[in-house]
Design a protein around this ligand. Structure first.
Ligand SMILES: [Zn+2]
Length: 551
């Protein structure tokens, strides 16, 4: 064996789910110069080791291609970690305790900023400024909800922003009010900006540090590549350009440039300019994020038939179309013709249909391009629209963790959708059966970024990871573990146009793979979310290692 044939890194004795088109298995792999040079049986790979080769004993543990996340906000998540972080807290008294402690330990912060609270910890999903005033009376405070669609503000913040009973609701949002019309402390969607625009700008150092933290967390969960679902010029773009410039961006990232819905086609020229100016080896700004509706829990998601009220009677509210559906067709057609990938946010069935209609218009005008449009969240899909994902070549970008029947689903969703629409939620199996490509993601920091927990819900439609014992939610929509892994590997690689580089463990691809602490397919090994990532490799180099990897 000549030394130039020897590998830099070898794994032996593993259960490697290669996720190649045949979904074949192997026990060993070898990496040289950052690329996979062999995949197969131990006997074939062992001769490729030399004294300089790192050898990892698989010991029957599962190895998968490095996970991808098709919709994630790592800069935002990292920033929440740097500020008042409520993501791991539940209940109002607990939130107030964390906020009070943060305020006390940050006397020099002129604003108390942070987020991560959950709507179902508040009556009717609406937080109160009076509660917040008790712990932050002196300074303005703004804390975003876990899903980012609502802000909880105190009286000082409302005062500073001049928001009173006389302030009209903006077109794309709502100020929560009491019977007298006084703001109560919740700001929905576009109304958040009324206060947010008065906050001090985030510094460059904070933005870089936030991405560093976000990247480290994602690597520790086995994630090697992702699509950042909102890239704004003075925020995420700064983080990516800066970190890539310093050679510290280890992940491969596609940025989805934020579509400003208060503007029209005139912004496209800027998007083209930003794409060419910021794209590097690790970061490509090739996607455009269009937020078409809001969320169901505050009745801003776009529905075909009106939401019901608490007593099950129809209201006159059909939610929002953030972008006029006819204008959307034009924008998407132009973006597609310029090689941009449309990345839609669409929660409810009317918004999903508007996004599909826009892609259909683009297909008619431009033919079948390779831009791979995708629709994220897809909570409610009208059954008639399910085949259109395959017909129009639109990727279904799913956040499987949300398909559980917990408090938010039970109290803030099902009663207002009604029984029929309730069964149209998160139809992952139906989409797969209809031939759609599923790409999965977390929407972190809205939810945990742990793909193993997300897969558990995709497979079981329930989890006891949060202590609760939820009923299995729409069991007919459960999918196989192999399909769930594909959603986080081959599916995410496809949606990020990275399928020639990663997404499967095959000769010639980059050495991106993730080692899990057990055999995921062994039913005796516990629940999927009990499993942990012990090693994450990019280009054959570790970006995360647990001591258990070599133990
Ligand atoms: Zn998102």
């Amino acid at each position: 064996m000549t030394s130039d044939r020897s590998a830099d890194l070898v794994i032996l004795g593993a259960r490697i789910a290669t996720m190649d088109p045949a979904r074949s298995w192997a026990s060993a792999l070898a990496v040289r110069d950052g690329r996979i040079v062999a995949v197969g049986a131990d006997s074939a790979i062992r001769p490729m080791t030399s004294p300089g080769t790192r050898v990892i004993q698989g010991r029957g543990r599962t190895v998968v291609p490095g996970f991808g996340d098709a919709h994630v906000h790592p800069v935002h998540a990292g920033q929440d970690q740097l500020r008042c972080d409520l993501h791991t807290t539940r209940s109002l008294p607990a939130y107030l305790e964390v906020i009070a402690a943060y305020a006390a330990s940050h006397p020099d912060e002129t604003w108390i900023r942070g987020g991560g609270w959950s709507m179902d910890d508040f009556v009717g999903g609406v937080p109160s400024r009076v509660d917040l005033d008790r712990v932050v009376p002196d300074r303005p405070a703004l804390l975003s909800s876990r899903d980012g669609h609502t802000a909880w503000v105190n009286s000082r913040a409302l005062e500073l922003a001049g928001v009173t009973s006389r302030t009209p609701d903006p077109e794309d949002g709502r100020i929560d009010r009491d019977h007298a019309g006084e703001p109560v402390g919740g700001l929905q969607e576009g109304a958040i900006d009324l206060v947010e625009r008065h906050m001090p700008a985030t510094t460059r150092d904070e933005l870089v540090e936030a991405l560093r933290l976000g990247q480290a967390e994602l690597h520790s969960l086995g994630i090697t590549n992702w699509q950042d679902a909102i890239v704004e010029p003075h925020r995420e773009e700064v983080s990516y350009v800066e970190l890539a410039g310093r050679g510290e961006l280890t992940a491969r990232v596609v940025g989805a440039l934020w579509w400003e819905r208060s503007r029209g086609a005139e912004q496209i020229e800027e998007l083209v300019e930003r794409r060419s100016r910021t794209t590097s080896d690790r970061y490509r700004a090739t996607s455009v994020k269009i937020m078409q509706d809001g969320v169901i829990e505050n009745f801003t998601a776009g529905v075909l038939e009106p939401y019901l009220d608490r007593d099950g009677r129809p209201t006159d509210n059909r939610g929002l179309s953030q972008v006029d559906p006819e204008a959307l067709k034009g924008y998407v057609t132009t973006l597609d013709s310029l090689g941009f990938q449309p990345h839609f946010h669409a929660l409810a069935e009317r918004a999903v249909r508007e996004a599909l209609d826009a892609v259909e218009a683009a297909r008619r005008a431009n033919g079948l391009s390779d831009t791979r449009p995708h629709i994220a969240h897809i909570q409610v899909i009208h059954p008639d629209d399910i085949p259109r994902f395959r017909e129009l070549n639109v990727v279904a970008n799913a956040q499987p963790l949300w398909a559980i029947q917990e408090g938010q689903m039970e109290n803030l969703t099902i009663p207002f959708l009604g029984p029929e629409r309730t069964t149209w939620q998160y139809p992952f199996r139906s989409l797969l059966k209809a031939g759609a490509t599923l790409a999965m993601g977390s929407d972190w920091s809205v939810s945990t970024a742990n793909p193993l927990l997300e897969m558990e819900v995709a497979v079981n439609r329930t989890t006891n990871a949060y202590g609760g014992n939820y009923p299995v939610f729409l069991p007919e929509q459960r999918i196989d573990l192999m399909d769930a892994i594909a959603g986080f590997t081959a599916g995410t690689a496809w949606v990020n146009h990275l399928e020639h580089e990663l997404g499967s463990i095959e000769v010639g691809k980059t050495g991106d793979f993730t080692v899990i602490d057990r055999d995921l397919f062994d039913r005796g090994a516990g629940q999927i979310h009990d499993a942990k990532v012990v090693g994450t490799f990019i280009d054959g180099r570790p970006v995360y290692e647990d001591p258990a990897l070599d133990a």
